[in-house]
Design a protein around this ligand. Sequence first.
Ligand code: NAD
Ligand code: ZN
Ligand code: ZN
Length: 347
Amino acid sequence: MYALRLPGWKSEPVLVEVEDPRPGPGQVVIRIGGAGACHSDLHLMHDFEGGLPWAPPFTLGHENAGWVHELGAGVTGVDVGQPVAVYGPWGCGACPHCRLGIETYCENPMAAPVPGGGGGLGLDGGMAEYMLVPDARFLVPLMDGLSPAAAAPVTDAGLTPYHAVRRSWAKLAPGTTAVVIGAGGLGHMGLQILKATTAARVVVVDPKDDALALSTELGADLTVKPGDTAAADIREYTHGVGADVVLDFVGADATMALGAAITRQMGDLTIVGIAGGTLPVSFFAVPYEVSIQTTYWGSRPELVEVLDLASRGLITPHFTTFPLSEAAHAYELLARGEVSGRAVIVP
Ligand code: NAD
Ligand code: ZN
Ligand code: ZN
């Protein structure tokens, strides 16, 4: 089969022929029906130079869905041909966090299939015809109404903001305001998740006209371009008090500084984007009792929940499909900011 592989750090992906994967005991091979192109893959290609517990080469694609193709010995609970989404962060399965399904924060990573990674992050991912999934617990059967191509972005571009929004639910009562900074793959889903699961008004910040137009279409109450007046505009919209919850899906110096400037006292500032920025925190630098956190991806139970929202049409990923032969081109478009919503590779 063909696969889009990252050959090394600081390199562009290449489409090469590789062996079809075969499942060992307990493993499952999936025929890929959709593999999303995440901005994190651009960070892998351009920004990282090691420093992670795993390294290239591997097949890209860490947001995947498809159909069960072949079962390894002893696998029960899924059937050949069944449509499934793949839970991407693969932990050890046995530590306290993994037992709760929070495999993102596995506490025994050396016992995981790859420490701190998964398919498309150290191990072979879904930008290929087939993908090896090392344990059937990583598969979520797709509910009615959701194709694998639509389910693929839900597994990361949906799950990551879902986790970030869910942990702030208690601060998003009626009368509150949430801000989404960066309305790309993750942000356009985060906006919809806020709308579907909370009563907060939602402000979206993005420099791109098309991202703001899509946000308005998806229910944003106010759209703002970043720049000198953005913080003042959002403060004015919130009657001077600031936003209860700010979700930064960019993670640059400027977006974190904006977040710190617009978060309400006792609010949440959640940094999801990994553009490499930093935020100085000191007694007077951020509003009183603001909780500042980073979040990584989401849990297995949360994937079931966010897929349910998508299958019922309460959230809808906006995506453009590309054949595997154009996967590298899809990443070029993503790097140039020319993807609306998500690019999904359909081999
Ligand atoms: P994307 O390229 O699809 O979207 C990024 C959006 O941010 C674009 O619409 C862009 O116009 C906008 N943007 C750029 N600069 C901005 C600024 N200064 N102010 C406001 N908006 C700005 O990217 P994506 O796939 O949605 O990923 C977003 C970030 O989240 C990336 O850094 C990615 O690596 C990271 N990420 C983190 C996790 C996690 O678990 N924490 C998971 C997936 C992705
Ligand atoms: Zn990702
Ligand atoms: Zn674990």
